[in-house]
Write a protein that binds this ligand. Structure first.
Ligand code: ZN
Length: 309
């Protein structure tokens, strides 16, 4: 196992928070700080908030590299990002800005779902497993692929977009413009919207968390909503596991916290559609790294094993 050469500055950029930390070669997160992502139209205001959080991080002057995970889409080679949940950044030259502050150090930037997969592979639920899909099921459905121990990036750096595997060609329209993608059915807001359409009336904020509580309390519509999303996950994973001969799929993200509400119908869908012997051995498990996964995965981008580009 190749390690980091020293402590790394890790940056995890999301629509609600900007997290920064220092990650040691053994994957320990030594320092951690986060600030809310500014709600603004000004791209430089978001950048300034991030830069200030980094500057205030104790020990940051000693880092030997910078790893960045950010919501997509992005152009991986140029480092221009347009995160769906940060409207102020459209084609924002993130890699260039970081290079101005950290020129001379190795800098790596990738999709946050790819970082999630790397983190769980490096030291989480898929530690030491060579063939893994890491998935984040949340506001969107993202993923990252590790095959034969190496990160698979594809032609444009977008390999692993499991959220746009089609599970129902006649299904709902997806944000990508397609129809019946996994994401169109299993993303948190889609699960809630389906339940509302069936007559579920939330008493609170109408979040996926509230829907999960309703399901645990026995609400049949809520149970059916998770069952539908879980089945879609299982159908998608049957295809992906058989296409790639995967051993482990790790699932994290907000909706995954519903656990068996989602995992039980997912396993049933997977068992129904993955009948080949090699596919029956595959297992799907929840992630184990929690909130540190984003920072650990950003740091993991600097490990030699994962640096295909
Ligand atoms: Zn799609």
């Amino acid at each position: 196992v190749s390690e980091l050469a020293g402590p790394v500055l890790a940056i995890d950029i999301g629509g609600t928070k900007l997290a920064v930390g220092i990650v040691e070669p053994n994957a320990t997160v030594r320092m951690r700080a986060q600030v809310p992502t500014p709600v603004t139209d000004d791209p430089d205001a978001v950048w300034s908030a991030l830069e200030a959080a980094i500057r205030d991080l104790p020990g940051v002057e000693a880092v030997v590299g910078v790893g960045v995970g950010c919501g997509g889409p992005m152009v991986v080679d140029t480092g221009h990002v347009s995160p769906v949940n940060i409207p102020a950044w459209r084609d924002f030259p993130l890699l260039e800005r970081i290079s101005l502050d950290w020129g001379g150090l190795p800098i790596r930037l990738h999709n946050d779902a790819i970082c999630y997969a790397l983190a769980e592979h490096w030291c989480g639920a898929a530690r030491g497993v060579p063939n893994v899909l890491g998935m984040v099921v949340s506001t969107g459905v993202g993923g990252g692929l590790i095959l034969d121990g190496r990160l698979v990036e594809g032609r444009s750096g977008n390999a692993g977009h499991v959220g746009h595997v089609v599970v129902d060609p006649a299904g709902p329209v997806c944000g990508c413009g397609g129809r019946g993608c996994l994401e169109a059915i299993a993303r948190g807001p889609a699960v809630v919207a389906w339940a509302r359409g069936q007559g579920w009336t939330p008493a609170g904020d109408g979040s996926a968390r509230e829907l999960a509580e309703a399901a645990r309390a026995g609400n049949e519509i809520a149970v059916a909503a998770f069952s539908r999303a879980g089945n879609a996950l299982g159908v998608a994973l049957a295809s992906v596991i058989q296409l790639l001969d995967l051993h482990v799929v790790v699932i994290g993200g907000g909706l995954a916290q519903a656990r068996e509400l989602l995992f039980a119908p997912m396993r049933a869908g997977l068992a129904q559609h993955a009948q080949l012997d090699f596919a029956k051995d595959a297992c799907v498990v929840p992630g184990t790294l929690g909130r540190d996964a984003g920072l650990i995965g950003a740091a993991a981008l600097l490990r030699r094993d994962y640096s295909a580009r």
